[in-house]
Design a protein around this ligand. Sequence first.
Ligand SMILES: [Zn+2]
Length: 339
Amino acid sequence: MSDLENLRSEFHSKFPYLPSGKYVHFLMVRHSQSFPVFQTDGVLNTTRTEAGLEESHRHKISRLVMFKRKQVTPERLSGRELLRSISLTSSEESSDNYCQYNGEKSCKKCPDCVIYGFAIGDKGSERSKVYSDSSFSLSPYENSHRSFTFNAPAEAGSMSEKGEMRNALGELDHVLPEVTFPSVETLRDPTYEGFIYVLGNLIRTKRYGAQESRTGTMDNRIVGIVFCDGEIFSNLHFTQALYDKLEGKIDIGIDKICQQAKEVAESLLNNEPVRKSSMIFDEELKGLMTEVLSIYQDETKLQANMQELYIQTDTYAKTYGAFAGKKDSKDGKSKSKNK
Ligand SMILES: [Zn+2]
């Protein structure tokens, strides 16, 4: 059996109404490939935390922060683009499958709406089944950023986007290449197809950070995938434990960091109060990722996966979600059981 086939028992055949104690955690190291900008009001997001967990690493350092939204939004947009590219959803307002991102006209039934959730004022909401949290740079802020002025030729074009010059004379603080953000992203109550979708969004999303910079390439290195019955350690804890393991020597290259991150994750998992049903690391992970890649490279396999996923999320919407209690998803007002 293939690595993916081996996992079949980990998945629901349909999305359940209530949380049912199945969690898949994607353990990864997000790795900047150029100069992303994670900022609010022109300043990079930073915070002070203890460097590590051990007594000798309890001193405070400044760390870059990648807020939750800055992680999940680009991933959602990648997924939505994929759904449109295979015509499961549409960008035409007149279409039955039109779905507006996070707005009044969200379709409330596509994989993006049902898996990542939505909240449309009093018109209904769906809690996200994808859990994430702020990520923190392994290295201190001081070693992880640099300011650039805007008049650099490569930036000039994008800075006048939509006819508007943005802070044309200012400086913009950028994250440096090869800064790492250890992260856990979690999918609750996955179906097999939903698992492929969310994992695909992680490995296919390459651009994070401020839209106007268009330089924020990042690579998500998956170091492990864990199935268990509850939530596990936080991103900060993961980062600090990795800092301890490396004794603060973080300039060892991404491959070694990933290897150490995997070992740290394994040992942290031993201290979590959860039942672990599958833990995928090393060779098994490699095999699984190759299989996932082959789905994304094959039109037929991809279509089949996403079509099945669409049926699952549409069924969920009609059974428990925005269209529950209605004969047809287009008529009348919604009577959601989900309140
Ligand atoms: Zn939708």
